[in-house]
Structures are given as structure tokens and as C-alpha cells.
Design a binder for this molecule. Structure first.
Ligand code: COA
Length: 254
């Protein structure tokens, strides 16, 4: 598939780091159906590769100012029920390797929901987050009413979703929506450093840890605990575990 609205590249020094960039800067990277199709294809292709971490960002000064309102205006119930944005965001949430959102400028509506499906959100000082859907007579329905309260708590999520307020990076940090705030110029280097830290860890362990963390968030504590102990049992048989523990013990003997 030839991409027009996203780019997918590999880091020049760390080939297991993939960079996925939204590329519709003239409309603040508004997410239209064509972009969703390209992102779906891109993440499916990466899923089959050796990727250890993905950084998702926006071309230009913004991450994404929402789903494309021109398309939304024409959308009716049947198409809405196809839930294409929601399906893409679930794919990203369930992507086997960690996905880091690196957010500059606006991350509104579907753009904010897209960041919620990522594992870690880093913001630059210019970042602004919000779920302004109620201004348009709709709700955040690509996971916004479900993932946002799980990340920032029900009360804060209600305030954001019910008022459509837009908050800056520091407020997003204060409420736990983003993990860190960096000066604009430092954002991508910081995201890269974080991604490489993760890539250097046991690859199978990182994937299992992400899946276990997701499991209880999605399916509840009992299911999460059962998954966690099964995942650990598998890891105890892995070559990577044997090598890492042996390396540790042998270095100590020297
Ligand atoms: N869908 C489609 N087009 C969008 C868009 C969206 N979600 N967000 C921005 N754009 C377009 C604008 O229409 C404008 O296009 P134009 O140059 O052809 O007129 C261009 O992007 C630049 O945006 P503009 O509104 O001129 O920038 P601004 O700096 O004055 O305001 C925002 C920025 C983000 C506050 C404003 O664009 C906005 O409110 N966007 C919609 C946010 C939203 O409701 N998102 C949720 C959708 S579910």
C-alpha cells in the first residue's frame, strides 16, 4: 500500500524502532477515513515485523485536531456503527510492542483518543488536549468515554468530556494524562530515548507485560491475574530469561 497521509520509517541507528507520523498538516492532521485505512495497514505490517517500539507523532506543529469534521457531518448511524476509528485504536492498544505518543500542539477529539490507545504519552510544552465532541453534538466514541476515565479517573474524565474543555500540557501532566512534558525541541529525542530504553529490555517480557497490563484493564482483575501468572510461566522457559539471568550471575562471579 502506498501511504499518502502517514509515513512509516525506521530509526537510522535502532532498526527496531518504528516512527509512524500523521501527515495532513494543512488540516492539523485531522483523521479521515483514508488516514485510518493507512494507519491500520501500517500497524498490521509492523505487527509482522521485529519492531520493539513505535513512536506515533504528527507532522508539523500538531498531533491531530480530531476526526475530520467534514466527513463526520455526513456520517449517519450505519457508518458510525462500523466504528472504524474505534477499531484502529483498539488495534493500537493491542499492538504487541509498546506505542509511545509524542504530542506537540493539538490532540483533540479523535486525536486525543488516539493518544489514549497508546501505552505512554509524552507531551511538548505546546501540547493541548481535549475531547470537544459535545461542541459538535456527538460524544468521544472511539474509546474516549472508556479509556479516558481509566487513565485520569472518572471525575476528571467527566469534566473534560462534558465541558469539551481544552487543557494545556502542564494540566494534562497534573491529571496524569501525559507521563512527561518536554520543551518542544526535546520531545522527539526524549521519545526516542524512552523507546530505546524499552527496546533494550527483554523483548518477550515487554510484550507479555504490556498484554498483562492491558488484560486487567480490559477484562478485570481475575482475568488479569490469570493472564499474568500464565505469561510469567512462559517467560520462565524463555531463552532470553535464561541468558539475562546467567549474564547477571556470571558478572557477579567475576
Ligand atoms: N476536521 C477537519 N478539518 C479540521 C479539523 C478537523 N477536526 N481541525 C482543523 N481543521 C482544519 C480547519 O478547518 C482549517 O482548514 P482551512 O485552512 O481549510 O480553513 C485548518 O485545519 C486549520 O485550522 P484552523 O481552525 O484555521 O486553526 P486555528 O488555529 O484557528 O484553530 C483548532 C485550531 C484546533 C482550535 C480548530 O481547528 C478546531 O477547533 N478544530 C476542531 C477541533 C475538534 O472539534 N475536534 C474534534 C472533532 S471530533
Amino acid at each position: 500500500m502506498e501511504y499518502k497521509l502517514v509515513t512509516v520509517t525506521r530509526d537510522s541507528e535502532e532498526s527496531r524502532l518504528a516512527l509512524v507520523t500523521l501527515k495532513r498538516p494543512d488540516v492539523k492532521n485531522a483523521i479521515n477515513k483514508a488516514m485510518v485505512a493507512e494507519l491500520t495497514h501500517a500497524f498490521d505490517a509492523l505487527r509482522e515485523s521485529d519492531v520493539g517500539c513505535v513512536i506515533l507523532s504528527g507532522d508539523g506543529p500538531d498531533f491531530a485536531a480530531g476526526a475530520d469534521i467534514a466527513e463526520l457531518r455526513e456520517r449517519k448511524a450505519l457508518e458510525s456503527l462500523a466504528a472504524i476509528n474505534s477499531a484502529l485504536f483498539a488495534r493500537i492498544e493491542n499492538f504487541p510492542a509498546p506505542v509511545i505518543a509524542a504530542v506537540r500542539g493539538y490532540a483533540l477529539g479523535g486525536g486525543c483518543e488516539l493518544t489514549l490507545s497508546c501505552d505512554i504519552r509524552l507531551a511538548s510544552e505546546s501540547a493541548q488536549f481535549g475531547q470537544p465532541e459535545v461542541n459538535l453534538g456527538i460524544i468521544p466514541a472511539a474509546g474516549g468515554t472508556q479509556r479516558l476515565p481509566r487513565i485520569v479517573g472518572l471525575g476528571r474524565a467527566k469534566e473534560l468530556v462534558l465541558t469539551g474543555a481544552i487543557i494545556d500540557a502542564q494540566e494534562a501532566y497534573r491529571i496524569g494524562l501525559v507521563n512527561k512534558v518536554h520543551p518542544d525541541a526535546d520531545l522527539m529525542p526524549a521519545a526516542r530515548k524512552l523507546a530505546i530504553t524499552i527496546i533494550r529490555k527483554g523483548g518477550l517480557a515487554v510484550r507479555m507485560a504490556k498484554a498483562a497490563l492491558n488484560q486487567s484493564a480490559r477484562m478485570g482483575l481475575d482475568s488479569g491475574l490469570a493472564f499474568e501468572s500464565t505469561a510469567q510461566a512462559l517467560l520462565f522457559e524463555s531463552e532470553d530469561k535464561m541468558k539475562r539471568m546467567t549474564d547477571f550471575l556470571e558478572k557477579k562471579k567475576k
